[in-house]
Design a protein around this ligand. Structure first.
Ligand SMILES: [Zn+2]
Length: 299
């Protein structure tokens, strides 16, 4: 039996876990993400977590899921817009292979979530599917014929930065009107504040759907915009399934049927694409990153 460590690097937390060949997480550990902009601090924290986990299990490799455009061949962060300060340009694979004797594989975080869902989750019976992760932003991963699509320059499948409304809200990526400015936890907070003048968290807004007219308007628009976006995905890729995960999925009972209705009313001809919630939420990054390195060392 092989054991690997999967690391999920997020804007606020680094989560790591020992994962076996079947995808079971045997032990987890976490640390807050350094906000100083010093990438060595983040690498040091990852090193500490891996050492802690390796002391109990003899591991065979390390998989890392990181935000940003990731050159997965070199294991480098090309650019990252947003929440991990100072992380652009980090040679993750090089730095960690200097510190450990294990092979290291680095993937974009939404790709790691897609790998997890395709391996063990809602998409395990599909060869071709699109993964959408809805959290602070909107992440995307695409698996076609069981192959993860990364793009010719490792900048592909950034679904959150497809443009939904030309000349729309400014995005951290430099464009205007990106999908994630309309369909994400941050977007819900932004539009709720615009309407009500009140700053609430996404969670608070979703939970006040039935009592607060502004919350209802914002979430109904969110569901409609997501419905529009699903139509584009259908027309570009015609996958077998679209799997939607990320923290926002916890409130899906409020908006899911609305989103599906919008999709069916906007689409030209639905070929029967399955639209499904993800099976894994918090652990998908760890499991997907682990699978990325398991695929390498099992060859
Ligand atoms: Zn953007």
């Amino acid at each position: 039996m092989k054991y690997v460590v999967g690391v999920d690097l997020g804007g606020t937390k680094i989560n790591a876990g020992v994962v076996d060949e079947y995808g079971n997480i045997l032990k987890k550990s976490s640390a807050p993400t350094s906000k100083t902009g010093n990438r060595t601090e983040i690498l040091d924290k990852i090193e500490t977590l891996i050492k802690e986990l390796n002391s109990e299990y003899n591991i065979d490799g390390i998989g890392i899921g990181s935000p940003g455009f990731i050159d997965s061949e070199k294991g480098e962060v090309l650019t990252v817009s947003g929440n991990v300060v100072g992380w652009s340009g980090t040679k993750i694979k090089y730095e960690l292979e200097k510190r450990f004797d294990f092979p290291v594989q680095v993937e974009n975080d939404a790709n790691a979530a897609a790998i997890c869902e395709g391996w063990l989750g809602s998409a395990k019976n599909f060869n071709s599917f699109v993964m959408i992760t809805l959290g602070t932003g909107l992440g995307g991963g695409i698996i076609l014929e069981k192959k993860l699509i990364r793009g010719s320059h490792f900048q592909g499948t950034e679904l959150g930065h497809a443009i939904l409304y030309p000349n729309g809200v400014k995005c951290s990526c430099g464009q205007n009107g990106c999908v994630e400015r309309y369909v994400s936890g941050t977007a819900v907070e932004y539009f709720y504040y615009e309407k009500s003048g009140k700053k609430l968290t996404g969670k608070e807004i979703f939970s006040s759907y039935y009592d607060d007219i502004y919350a209802k308007e914002v979430i109904d628009k969110f569901a409609m915009d997501l419905g529009y976006f699903l139509v584009s995905i259908k027309n570009i890729l015609d996958p077998e399934a679209i799997v939607i995960g990320g923290g926002v999925i916890l409130s899906k009972d409020i908006w899911w049927s609305n989103m599906i209705e919008h999709y069916h009313s906007f689409v030209n001809d639905d070929p029967g694409i399955e639209i499904l919630p993800a099976k894994y939420l918090n652990d998908s990054g760890i499991i997907g990153a682990a699978k990325a390195i398991l695929n390498k060392i099992n060859i």
